[in-house]
Design a protein around this ligand. Structure first.
Ligand SMILES: [Zn+2]
Length: 221
């Protein structure tokens, strides 16, 4: 067996294992999570298997201009600059892309998750929200956006969604939780959630149509 075939087999087995465990017991991931070693990396992988320290705060948070965001939305410097550029260019084409959620600290995520548990039960909370330490929003590299229909939940129905899908990677952003990849990312499809990873990586993920998890399995192992 060639090295490439062997690697592909490992990859398929990994995906199958994830699929089995994800559908069987969502908490399996949280119980087996690892601490992230380099949280400041722009390529950092945060998910149900990889957690951030409760005390982790990104080093270079900056507020997004109110022209492109609602009040008090922060991202790391590079992500902020690139998002403002993206939103500016979109605006010139007649689109309105506004950040409605960006950096969220550990404590905020904790409260958010608990509010879902109280409101709709733990099963629902696990399905639609991340436990604190496992949310990408704590990296300062992720944001949720809304389009001209002014509802982030309905972003997919806005005219801006199509523009984002075909242009976000040029600015270094990826659609982080794509449709059909839920069993790999561990999160439901979120058309409104984008993640800054830098232009080179974003373009690679876009052209190969792979998620950040698949990139790690294929290129980092
Ligand atoms: Zn989000």
């Amino acid at each position: 067996m060639s090295e490439k075939t062997f690697k592909n087999c490992i990859y398929v087995v990994l995906i199958l294992l994830i699929l089995v465990f994800f559908t069987k017991d969502i908490d399996f991931f949280y119980q087996n999570a690892h601490d992230i070693e380099d949280p400041n990396s722009l390529e950092v992988l945060v998910n149900k298997l990889n957690r951030l320290d409760p005390l982790y705060v990104p080093p270079d948070l900056e507020p997004i201009s109110l022209e492109y965001a609602t009040q008090d939305k922060y991202l790391r410097k590079k992500a902020k600059e690139q998002f403002e550029k993206l939103s500016h260019d979109a605006k010139e084409k007649g689109f309105q892309i506004i950040a409605v959620s960006a950096y969220r600290d550990y404590h905020y995520q904790d409260q958010l998750f608990e509010s879902y548990v109280k409101e709709k039960g733990e099963k629902y909370a696990l399905k639609c929200s991340a436990k604190p330490g496992h949310s990408e929003h704590q990296t300062g590299l992720s944001l949720d956006v809304m389009g001209s229909n002014n509802d982030y939940d309905e972003f997919e129905k806005s005219s801006e969604f199509d523009w984002m899908i075909h242009n976000a990677h040029k600015y270094g952003f990826i659609l982080r939780y794509p449709k059909g990849k839920e069993y790999i990312t561990g999160f439901k499809y979120e058309p409104w959630h984008y993640r800054y990873v830098g232009q080179d990586l974003a373009s690679l993920l876009y052209t190969q149509n792979i998620s950040l998890e698949e990139y790690y399995y294929q290129y980092k192992n």
